[in-house]
Design a protein around this ligand. Sequence first.
Ligand code: ZN
Length: 332
Amino acid sequence: MRNDNSPPPPESGSSISTDRPWFTRRSTLVVGVAALAPAALAGWVLTQAFAGSGPDGQARPAPLPASHSALSPGQRDAKPGSTPSESASTSPGAGTSSPAAAPAPAKGPLTGRTVVVDPGHNTGNFKHTDEIDQQVDIGTNRKECDTTGTTTNSGYMEAEFTMDVSKRLRTALEAQGAKVVLTHETGDRAWGPCITERARIGNEAKADAVVSVHADGVSAGNRGFHIILPATVKSGSADTAKIVGPSRELGERIAGNFARATGSAPANYLGSGTGLVVRDDLGGLNLSTQPKVFIECGNMRDAKDAAQLTSPEWRQKAAQGIADGIVGFLGG
Ligand code: ZN
């Protein structure tokens, strides 16, 4: 399913909180910027849009789809004295480390930073429904430990997709100098982890950023990506007050870079075209003490989106876009 711990969602995605006032304001800004910005400036607009200058986000325009050619990966958040992504931009093999030896970590803008990457679901969850259905405490309420995730119509599992993108993302981030922790790896466990443990891994790693990778499963015709941001919640062990602001900046950075790297547009079925939604029902966000977002990379049930999600080349672009967003957020 589309999220990590909810019952099957309504096809329209109506469980999403899309009618908050800031979305309306943001939507208006998008229209204005889109109308004024020539195509050649689209990349610049994206970069500026996610500069993170506003204290509460209200003054910043929302993500826009943009031509991939408008801004090369190496340009996106370059700062003097840094060497952003030349060494790791689009080569799948860049930064690949040997599992046998302890390789010298790459030096880069993320040196000294820790990023936790959470591959949504687990391919084994389908065979362990009793285990993943056990209830866990997410602070605000109790929910299932984990869910199976969705599939494309041809049977490509969301959990396969999330693991593949997460590994590519790890490679890209390590090439920038980051320490990367995955919440689970292929074959290392039969099911899960529970959403509570996924959150705890990010917290205990004191991660500078956490990204949970997903793909959505709604009806055909619904297309595009969106980023899920934590709502302000305080109940039981959930208290997101300190992460709501930085998580929004992280999400905006990822949204802009993901759109540029993949050419994908923000979701056409929620988020009012911003590619951003806020939710208060996800344990993985409610229990996080570190800046964290979910990304739904596309709709597995839409044939056009599925064609992208099943493409290794597209998944590499997706991972690079997410990595670029994290580099931007962490000040690379
Ligand atoms: Zn999912």
